[in-house]
Each structure stands twice: as structure tokens, then as C-alpha cells.
Design a protein around this ligand. Structure first.
Ligand code: FCB
Length: 450
């Protein structure tokens, strides 16, 4: 046996998002979000559900904080629901909205848990969608206004801020595939949305600095390592395109102040690119304190003429699949960490999401023995340790998720929590993975067989 020990101040965390857990969708003056609208359209969510109640965290947060305290969680990543703060997205703010996050963060701090707040985890106020959503450049200004208000109210108590969660998923799954809110299917719109999101990010970071706040600020990107399906030239070029359009398209503007040239060129004859002013890139690349990395799987990429506009098709890498069908490959996760260390040198990384869906069941003894999740977490956290040892600057790891929750288009059918939620009663049951994670945090590491 060998023990893997993590750095002394390594931030062990758990993550959630407002729409996925809060419920209370019409309480205390909260406005409508695009996910309220979308999930209420029949056929959009696989199990016909919505986030009206979700985990009822809006009411049960004291109990959820006690759970985190018991598990030894050092940092809690949650998101703020913009429509609670500005019910119409701009103009009139709702003091009751911010009150909830004040109570939440106060209680976290009292319990020695660091609040890590995401400003935008996809629940855009519907009123802003009515004027075009993020495809409208003005929305980046409204985002800045919202960010400024939240920074003023919570800036003293939140030490780590994440402007955006996964702009790639929000842009492409929501605006090109149409599987997520707002349910638009137009590739050029997705690119416009992506650009305006990044602008909003830059504006929020600039404002945070101007306000002289002393915490850290960055953004969370969903990054998937892309490997060619074969050694042939066409597949290798396809893998570069998949990587460029999904990973570098977001990372490069922020960390290098430029969009990847190969992809700009590829797109130029195929789609309408947004207008990209030089000042935009200056703003987007305002220095951040960290890169938040969300990763769930790796993809194998093949050249495919039938797929517009990238001419790529993908499949999962890994012999085993999680309950949502995603392939499992912790070695690719390690590769990704190494690659980020190499391509974006000096950038501190927080792994802001990683985890898996399992077919969890309560057994006759009332326990949830999710061995597959323990295995997934074990292997992925081992990859983190390896990358750390080889010099990659990783400040923390946040498991997705603290609780089973509303998994977007999948509804409640996919469970990602280290804590089980029995939705009819709202009872929480710590899963085996939760107890395992508690031990890892307590020991600041774990034993592996050599
Ligand atoms: C990510 C999302 C998160 C959760 C996980 C499973 O893409 O950021 O909200 O749904 O996937």
C-alpha cells in the first residue's frame, strides 16, 4: 500500500447549481428563468419533470450545510440565480433574493466552509431571453450590472468567484443542438452567444478588479480531451478541429487573448462568425486568478463529411460507461491536466466539476452502496494527484455533485450526488461515496495498492 497525500491547503469541495437544487421557483419575488420556461414545455425533459421543487434546497439549506460539515467539505461551489436578484434581468432588484445568498454564505462561513459562487450557471432571466438572450450583446452589460450588485453585497464573504459555468455547453447545447434552454438550433447564433458570454465574463472580471475586491475570480470551462480515431491524416485534423472548437475556442481568448486561428479559418466559409473587435479580446483576456475545469469524459474523433459544420463525429473513450452513457477514462483526465499545465503555463486550476451518474438504489438496510462512483472518484482523484506531483498547479477538486439533482434535459433520472435525495420525502442519505470522500478529506489523501 502507498498513501497519496495532497498539498496541505488543497481545497476539497462539492458543487451544485441553483436551478438544479433550489426549487422555490416563484418564492420571494424570484423572476422566471429560461429553464422554468423550457422545462415546462412538454417533451423537453426526458422524464417530464422540472426544477419547481428540485431538492428544495431553498428551504433545506441549513440541513444541507450540516451534511457538508459532517462530510468535512472545505469549500462549497453553488450558483446564484440571476432571476432571484433581478427578476426582470435588469433594472429592479429584489432584496429578498440576495438575502437568501447572504444567509447561505453566512451559515457556510460559520461552519468553516468556503463559499465559492458561480454567477451564471445557465438560469438566465426569461425577460432577457425575450430581448434575444446572450445573442444580444447588451446582455453582457446587464450581466455586468448584476455581477456588480452581487459583488457589492457578497464580495466581503465570498473568497472565490466563477463568472460563467461552461459557456461551451450553454452556447452549443442550448443554441445549436437545442437540447437545453433556450432551445434554439442555429450554429451561428451559438457562436454569437459564446462571444457575448465571454464579453460578459471579461466585464465582470474587470469590474471585480475595479471594485478592489480581494478574492479570486475565474471561470469554469467544460473541457474534453479529443483523440483521433486513427492515425490517418483526416482523423487527426478532425480531432484538432474538435479540440479547437470546444476547448481552445474558450480557453484561448481568455488566456491568450485570441481565438484559435485554425478554427476561425475553418468557420469562415461555413458559418457566420460574430463580429470580433480587437477591444473585445482585450476585455475577454483581462487576467483571471484561475481556470475552473469541468471534465466528465474523453472523446474519440473521426472525420465525417455528413456532420456540418465541423465534419467530425465523436464517440466515448473507455471500456465502461456511467449511467448517463458517458465513457470512463481517468488516464485521459490526467492527460488533460498535463496538457493544460503545458499549454497555459502558470495558470492555477481548480477542478470545479468531476463526477459520475450511477443507478443508485436504497438497499434493504437503507444504505446506498455506490461502489461504481467510489471507483470513478478514486481513479480520477488519483489522476489529479499524479498531475500535481508532476508540477501541474491544481488548487482544489469539487465533486459533482453534493446532491442528486435536476440533471437538465435528463430530469431526475440521472443521479450524480454523493448524497442521495429521496425526492418524495426530500430525505438525504449519504452514499458510500460520500463516506469515502469524507475519509479522503479527513486524511487529505488515500491509500492505493502499488
Ligand atoms: C455539467 C454541468 C452541471 C451538471 C454536470 C453533470 O455540464 O455544468 O450542471 O449537469 O454537467
Amino acid at each position: 500500500m502507498k498513501k497519496l497525500i495532497f498539498p496541505k491547503d488543497f481545497l476539497w469541495g462539492a458543487a451544485t447549481a441553483s436551478y438544479q437544487i433550489e426549487g422555490a421557483w416563484r418564492e420571494d419575488g424570484r423572476g422566471e428563468s429560461i429553464w422554468d420556461r423550457f422545462s415546462h414545455i412538454p417533451g423537453k425533459i426526458n422524464d417530464g419533470s422540472n426544477g419547481d421543487i428540485a431538492c428544495d434546497h431553498y428551504h433545506l439549506y441549513p440541513q444541507d450545510i450540516q451534511l457538508m460539515k459532517y462530510l468535512g467539505i472545505k469549500a462549497y461551489r453553488f450558483s446564484i440565480a440571476w432571476p432571484r436578484i433581478f427578476p426582470e434581468g435588469r433594472g429592479r432588484y429584489n432584496p429578498k433574493g440576495i438575502e437568501f445568498y447572504k444567509k447561505l454564505t453566512d451559515m457556510l462561513i460559520q461552519n468553516n466552509i468556503k463559499p465559492v459562487a458561480t454567477l451564471f450557471h445557465w438560469d438566465l432571466p426569461q425577460k432577457l431571453q425575450d430581448i434575444g438572450g446572450w445573442a444580444n450583446r447588451e446582455v453582457a452589460d446587464y450581466f455586468e450590472e448584476y455581477a456588480g450588485y452581487v459583488f457589492r453585497e457578497l464580495g466581503d464573504r465570498v473568497p472565490i468567484w466563477i463568472t460563467l459555468n461552461e459557456p461551451s455547453v450553454y452556447s452549443f447545447v442550448g443554441h445549436s443542438e437545442g437540447r437545453h434552454a433556450p432551445g434554439i438550433a442555429d450554429y451561428s447564433t451559438a457562436l454569437l452567444v459564446a462571444h457575448n458570454l465571454l464579453l460578459g465574463h471579461g466585464k465582470a472580471v474587470r469590474l471585480y478588479r475595479e471594485m478592489g475586491l480581494k478574492g479570486e475570480i475565474g471561470l469554469s470551462l467544460n473541457m474534453t480531451p479529443m483523440y483521433p480515431a486513427s492515425e490517418n491524416e483526416a482523423d487527426r485534423a478532425a480531432a484538432l478541429r474538435a479540440d479547437g472548437s470546444w476547448n481552445r475556442w474558450f480557453c484561448d481568448p481568455v488566456f491568450k487573448g485570441e481565438y484559435p486561428r485554425d478554427i476561425l479559418e475553418w468557420y469562415s466559409s461555413r458559418v457566420t462568425l460574430p463580429e470580433i473587435a480587437e477591444e473585445d479580446l482585450e476585455l475577454i483576456s483581462v487576467p483571471v486568478d484561475f481556470l475552473g475545469l469541468n471534465n466528465y469524459f474523453a472523446s474519440r474523433i473521426r472525420h465525417d463529411e455528413t456532420k456540418w459544420p465541423l465534419n467530425t463525429s465523436d464517440s466515448f473513450i473507455g471500456e465502461y460507461r456511467t449511467a448517463i452513457g458517458w465513457g470512463i477514462n481517468p488516464d485521459c483526465f490526467y492527460d488533460l491536466l498535463k496538457r493544460l499545465g503545458r499549454d497555459y503555463p502558470g495558470v492555477k486550476i481548480y477542478i470545479t466539476e468531476n463526477g459520475c451518474a450511477c443507478n443508485d438504489q436504497i438497499n434493504r438496510d437503507g444504505e446506498v452502496l455506490d461502489d461504481n462512483r467510489v471507483d470513478y472518484l478514486f481513479k480520477h482523484i488519483r489522476s489529479v494527484h499524479l498531475a500535481l506531483q508532476e508540477g501541474v498547479n491544481i488548487g482544489g477538486y469539487f465533486v459533482w455533485s453534493l446532491l442528486d439533482n435536476f440533471e437538465w434535459a435528463e430530469g431526475y433520472s440521472k443521479r450524480f450526488g454523493i448524497v442521495y435525495v429521496d425526492y418524495p420525502t426530500q430525505r438525504r442519505i449519504i452514499k458510500k461515496s460520500g463516506y469515502w470522500y469524507k475519509d479522503v478529506i479527513g486524511d487529505n489523501g488515500f491509500e492505493v495498492k502499488e
